[in-house]
Design a protein around this ligand. Structure first.
Ligand code: AHG
Ligand code: MN
Ligand code: MN
Length: 341
């Protein structure tokens, strides 16, 4: 490829998949469809505040009892519709839907992949113009081709992911995706409407100096976690402590920073959320797959996130994720005390 011009995500993905002679191009095509959904959601996000019907609450709650924002619903509908028209997706599961959705047409029934997504992550940040994102996971289905997909296709452990990624609607819009070959980031070039390679071969630094947690919950944490927070705030010049604290409250934005700068992001179990708050299938698995493919680590306090066998679509797990050495350190404090579903 010529180095004198921008390389689009499609071109990059096609080149990457050509490294595997047996590759059929189906995964590249699915990633392109997800990129298209990202561009359409981006258009809606960028109009928030100007066009009617974008900011604010939708007036309903989702399966997890959380208030849905209008953009949650717009993003969800966009993804469901684009993936339905894709040749490569047999069905989807979404944070915003009670159950998985199987596409019934013949093309979809013969498709190899299923997709899970959090259509808009960090939606409490929509109305205050802070970064939000879309998170997705791609599994090869385990049910028979030619028939509708089944729930088992969506209850696969993270270590069976084929690819995962996110689109972040921040100061610029980026799509980052990981396969077992590594992690690459693409920035949306608005004048040509394409994601272009901007962050090749992303690696999480092994060490970091930032801890990220909703520290307002400290009173609800167990003693191990409280001791770890004290450790982060303690002064130790050689080890670069006290660490800086950053918490946006959009996992996708907090993890994007962690991927680039290193650090640790945590949502542990606490007295209000005995199993943690974040969802295994829509948030923790895809993010752990990305972070591990970039050399970092994602752990529940009990096992690697990617090794948890899901038992229900919307289950939650505690998470400690980011720079490997920082995750190993917090595990010395919390040990196996964290409760996992
Ligand atoms: P979502 O908007 O998809 O429901 O996710 C919100 C999540 C996640 O993005 C973020 O890290 C976390 O909730 C923030 O939770 P707190 O407000 O409890 O800190
Ligand atoms: Mn979310
Ligand atoms: Mn969401």
């Amino acid at each position: 490829m010529s180095q004198n011009r921008l390389v689009t995500m499609d071109e990059f993905t096609i080149q990457e998949t050509r490294k595997f002679p047996q590759a059929t191009g189906e995964l590249s095509s699915l990633l392109r469809d997800l990129g298209l959904a990202g561009k359409i959601i981006n258009k809606q996000v960028r109009k928030a505040g100007l066009a009617d019907g974008i900011l604010g609450a939708h007036g309903a709650t989702n399966v997890q009892g959380e208030e849905q924002m209008k953009l949650d619903v717009l993003a969800n509908d966009t993804l469901i519709d684009i993936l339905k028209n894709s040749n490569e997706c047999a069905g989807i599961a979404s944070e915003e839907n009670d159950n998985h959705v199987c596409y019934e047409d013949t093309f979809s029934a013969n498709s190899k992949y299923v997709v899970l997504f959090d259509p808009l992550d960090g939606s409490s940040n929509i109305d205050v113009n802070a970064p939000i994102g879309t998170i997705f996971s791609i599994y090869r289905r385990v049910s028979d081709l030619g028939k509708p997909c089944t729930e088992a296709d969506f209850l696969q452990a993270g270590n069976r992911l084929m690819a995962a990624g996110y689109i972040i609607y921040g100061s610029s819009t980026m799509m980052v995706y990981a396969t077992r070959l590594g992690v690459n980031g693409f920035t949306l070039e608005p004048s040509i409407g394409e994601f272009c390679l901007s962050h090749p071969n992303m690696k999480v630094p092994e060490d970091g100096k930032i801890y990220s947690i909703n520290q307002g919950n400290t009173i609800k944490l167990d003693d191990g976690m409280k001791a770890y927070l004290d450790y982060c705030m303690e002064s130790n010049k050689e080890e670069g402590r006290p660490y800086g604290h950053r918490y946006i409250g959009s996992m996708v934005a907090d993890l994007h920073r962690t991927l680039i700068k290193g650090g640790i992001f945590m949502y542990p179990a606490d007295k209000s959320n005995a199993k943690g708050k974040l969802r295994l299938q829509y948030e923790c698995n895809p993010m752990s797959f990305i972070v591990e493919a970039a050399g970092g680590k994602g752990h529940t306090g009990y096992s690697n996130v990617l090794d948890v066998q899901p038992t229900e679509l919307h289950q939650r797990v505690p998470i400690f994720i980011g720079s490997k050495n920082m995750v190993n350190k917090v595990l010395e404090f919390v040990g196996e005390k964290q409760t996992v579903a």
